[in-house]
Structure formats: structure tokens, C-alpha cells
Ligand binder design. Sequence first.
Ligand SMILES: Cc1cc2nc3c(=O)[nH]c(=O)nc-3n(C[C@H](O)[C@H](O)[C@H](O)COP(=O)(O)O)c2cc1C
Length: 492
Amino acid sequence: MDETRESAGDRPFEVLVLGAGDSTRMGRSKLGLEIQGEPAFCRILRRAADAGARRGLVAHRGADGEEARRALEGCASVALEARLVAVPEDLRARGPIGSLSALIGEAEPGLPRLVWPVDHPHVSRETLGRLLEEGDGPRVPVFEGRGGHPVLLPPKLDGAVREAAAAGASLREVLRASPLEVQRVPVRDPGVLWNCDRPADLGVLPGAPDPGGAGLLALQRAHRSRRSFAPDPVPPSLLEDLVDAARHASTSSFVQAVSVVAVEDDERLRRVHDLCGKQRMILEAPVFLGICADLRHAEAALERAGDGLREPDLELFLVAALDAALFGQNLLLAAEASGLGGCFVGGARLHPRELAALLGLPPRVWVPFGLVLGRPLDDPLPRGRLPLPAVLHRETYSDAAVGAALPRMDEAVRSWARLANREGRLLLSRPLDESKGWGPRLRRSFGASRPPSRAHLPEALAALGFPFLAPASPPSRDPDGSPDGSPEDLPD
Ligand SMILES: Cc1cc2nc3c(=O)[nH]c(=O)nc-3n(C[C@H](O)[C@H](O)[C@H](O)COP(=O)(O)O)c2cc1C
């Protein structure tokens, strides 16, 4: 196992982003640097958050205040409290050390500071892990013998930084004169030397995504479920384009087990609403899409070939459900790329038989989830996600990484609720509970003492052509028991 990975996240630190400089070669302020459609400083904050940063401070030119504030608000997936600090002109004139001195004045006493120039955004997570290993002195990443960025500075050097800024000296000189031993940390990461001071530098590191796909990653990170819509219809040609794009998703064994029923008729929408947990968004949206797990295509093709479909088993059921999920996500992403917004509707599983009848589905077709789409009117605060180390494991799964991520996830969810309430950026229109972390929120639906949800599904699916799921004795619980949606622990 890579030991370095486990160290990131263990040692509290604060990230100080230096973005107050002018980028002469880029012809704009450094804070405006973008990578794959995302401001470089947001990417840095995300990386630092994933490595366990407590807080982030971002230095900017006072003149960039408004632009910087908007960009910070747009850092949708940053699970970190970050603040902008305007650097006074006299300090800014001193260069990066002046900005650093201004940030140190606002930093949390006692925490080591990861000093990160905004034009070095391509630093790997592994490098951060190495820098954050224990040690008293400043730590500098070294690639092929050359020292780079970011640098971890102990707070004991605050005074020296301030004096250097006043005297017009550099950070390098502070390190040279440091009473603490400077630790040069060898890393395998050319990103520590990569100064993105030209447009061509931004997306071309080995292994960086193709800049041509730049906007896509930003779009994916900016996702939020939208639940309130303007009444204007989705133009038919746009809907066709979206479905056309989405149907090119991968499909297990080329079985193409997916289809979609678009409902725009008011009366039918009202009935869909009644069957899917009476969620208001279904009435507001100009279109509801029943995303179907569809083995009918394959069955018809086999019949045409003089054969028939084998009795659906667990594998076939999964094939169809997976195809539907891949198609659905492709579709929502295409819609978001076109300026629309939407929300999946797991409430479709409350009354699968009645919904199938309403949509005229043949046997071997059912709706595991729907999707409402439209021009969004709401502005919910992005919910964020588990920190990357709990999701991306290398070579083998690290349960320690999951354990380390959970307290931060709980705190992130509480801060999300606080901020969403304060700014009125809610999921539905009701206030959120600010006291509950992620785990406590999951308890309501998935806690060990909870009964299985939607116990009617095996029987209903058997009736729809997926008989292997039927239980020996049919369940008796009324599916309406779960209305599919409390104000915040949303249904799915
Ligand atoms: C398959 C699926 C079904 C869902 N069903 C519902 C639903 O019925 N009602 C709802 O309000 N949200 C539903 N959601 C949205 C989730 O609640 C939402 O994705 C999650 O809370 C994360 O929020 P975000 O999408 O804004 O990042 C569903 C999501 C998925 C993936």
C-alpha cells in the first residue's frame, strides 16, 4: 500500500492561496486562471480540502474583489471554509511574500500553512500527502532536484515572513535563514514545478484531461438537482437532441435495454405526480421522463430471429437497470449542458405497476426512476460529496480513508445546512436541520432498525415481466407508507 496516501488528512493545516499577482503573460489577474473551465484557485481549494485542510484563505488584488467573490461562490464542490483576503497595495508591491504576509495576519494561530501559488494548480494528491507528513520544519517538494510549490510553513516562521515582506526579501530567503531545518521532500510530481503562466500551460500536463473536454468536468462538478421550473416547454427538437446524445451511453452486451417515455400532457403529469409520491416538482416541470429498463427491444429482436427471451434472471434485471442508469445520467448531463436543470424521481418505484399502465408499457419494461426537466428557477446550495480519498482508492480499498472522511463529511453536511438556511438556498422551500451530519441523516431511511423499504417491489416487478424477484409469500405492506420525500432527506 502507498503509505503516503494515508498521511494526507491526518494532520490539520490551513491552505493559503497566493492569487494577488498580475499574470503578465496571461494578460489578466492570476486569480482569473482557469483549468478545464474551473478557476484554478477552486481546484487548489478542492485538492487541499481532500487532503484535510481545515480552512482556506485566498489572496486577491482588491480590484478583483467582486469577480473573486463570484468565482468563490461558483466553487461548487469545495468542501472547505474558504475566505478571500484583499492584499493592500503596499504589500502587493512586494510580490508573493507580501501576499503571504497579509494572509498570515488572518490565519488560524498554531496551524501549519500550506502556501500555494495559484499558478501551480497541477499538484498531485500524493505530493500533498508527502508534504503533510510529520515534521517541525518547513517542507518543500523537490522534483528532479529542484524545489517547487506548494511549501508547508510552520507558524513559527510567521515573524520571519512579516520581516521579509517589510524588507523586500523573498520566501526563498526566509527559508535560507530559517532556524528550523528545511525539509526537502522528494516527490514524483512535475506539477510542483509547473508554473501555469501561459494559456498553453493550463491543460497540458501529462495525464491531464484533454482541454477540449474542459467544460465537461466543470459541468459535472457544478451539478445540483433542480426542483422548481419555469412553465415554458422544453423545445421538442432539444428533447430529441438530448435523448439522441444520451442513448449513446455504453450498454451491457449491446443489449440496449433502455427507452424513455416523455410526458407533457397536464392531466397525465398530474397522475404521474400522484403515483410518484406527490412531489411538487413533477407538476411544475414541463416534462417528466419515465426512464425505462427495457428488455422488450431484445425480446422482440429475438422473436424476429425465431427465438425468444430467456426468463429474466438477476443478471438480466441488472443489465437493464444499469443501462437505464447510464442513459439517465447521460441525459441529465446533456440537459445541464444545454442550460436546463432536472431531478431524478425515485418515487417512480412507489407504484411501478400503475405507472407502467399509465405510460402504456409492455411486459419486460418498467420505470426504475424518472427525470423531470425544465428551465430551473431554484438555486439550491450544492450538497458536496464525500471527500475524494473515501471514493478513489488505489490498488486496494482503504477503509481507513473512509473512516477518516466521515467526521469531515458530517461537518460538511452541517455547514451546508447552515449556509443553505442563511442564504435561503434550499432544496425544497423548508428550512434544513442544521444539527444532523451525514450519518444521522441516513438513519431515517437506512438505519439498521428500519424495515426494508418498498417491500412491494419484488411482487410488482414479477407482474411486469421480471419474475425471479418475487418472494415466496407476497409482502403485505402498503407502498404508500413512504411518501418519497421529507423536506431534506430526499427520496431516491
Ligand atoms: C435514482 C435517483 C432517484 C432520485 N429520486 C429523487 C426523488 O424522488 N425526489 C427528489 O427530490 N430527489 C431525488 N433524487 C435526487 C437526490 O436526492 C439528489 O441527487 C441527492 O440528494 C444529491 O443532491 P444533488 O443531486 O443536488 O447533488 C434522486 C436521485 C437519484 C440518483
